[in-house]
Design a protein around this ligand. Structure first.
Ligand SMILES: CC(C)(COP(=O)(O)OP(=O)(O)OC[C@H]1O[C@@H](n2cnc3c(N)ncnc32)[C@H](O)[C@@H]1OP(=O)(O)O)[C@@H](O)C(=O)NCCC(=O)NCCS
Length: 184
């Protein structure tokens, strides 16, 4: 079982969600801009969506299937986004995902969170590979992956379907040997 873990970076604290986050999460995530480039975030986003997500993510953490974190500001404690690793234990692999409050885009916060999440994935969860995908209409997410040390794997054609439209997806990954070599 993955113990509840809190990761602290220079400006952020990545921590487990609690049901007390429901209202803030609903307010912050409820933006069309966030919905448009993600696959699993409803829009509009209701309080019930938040409750159900937080309950599910808590169970998934306990069962070692997922490592979801609220992204909060170290200085104020404000919840400004979310990130996580969807763990495939059989393969020692995880898929990383993230979103950030629109008013905080462009400040490097997601990159800071992604770097910390990758470190946690290798050092604590003992993964061998961490991968991530983004719609090609969302190059900012590809920049986050690159800046976090991931390598471009290639383009998966019409891999995702959203609102009846197929989207090409770019895939990135980092494997343990690369992560360890970069730390030397
Ligand atoms: C993608 C997202 C998480 C990025 O968060 P962020 O905190 O702004 O990311 P960072 O500030 O760490 O880095 C963003 C990088 O993308 C770059 N960028 C922004 N818009 C860009 C664009 N249209 N084209 C290319 N690069 C772009 C920024 O300049 C920055 O790179 P730089 O540091 O080299 O200048 C945020 O935009 C978001 O929440 N989007 C909606 C949800 C989403 O798409 N999640 C990811 C699903 S795969």
């Amino acid at each position: 079982m993955i113990e509840p873990a809190t990761i602290t970076t220079r400006r952020l604290v990545l921590r487990p969600y609690t049901l007390d986050d429901c209202e803030v999460l609903t307010r912050v995530i409820n933006r069309r801009e966030i919905y448009e480039t993600t696959l699993n975030i409803p829009h509009p986003y209701s309080l019930e969506d938040a409750r159900s997500y937080i309950s599910r993510s808590d169970e998934a953490r306990k069962e070692d299937r997922d490592f979801p974190c609220a992204i909060t500001l170290k200085e104020t404690g404000d919840l400004i986004g979310g990130c996580g690793l969807l763990v495939n234990r059989k393969m020692d692999r995880a898929e990383m995902g993230y979103w950030l409050a629109v008013e905080h885009w462009g400040k490097g916060y997601t990159t800071e969170a992604a770097i910390a999440l990758i470190r946690h994935g290798f050092d604590v969860l003992e993964l061998n590979c961490i991968e991530a995908h983004h719609f090609i209409i969302n190059p900012a997410s590809g920049r986050v992956m690159t800046k976090a040390g991931m390598k471009y794997e290639g383009r998966l054609r019409q891999r995702a379907k959203k609102d009846g439209q197929y989207h090409d997806v770019d895939m990135y990954s980092i494997i343990r040997s690369e992560y360890e070599a970069a730390r030397k």
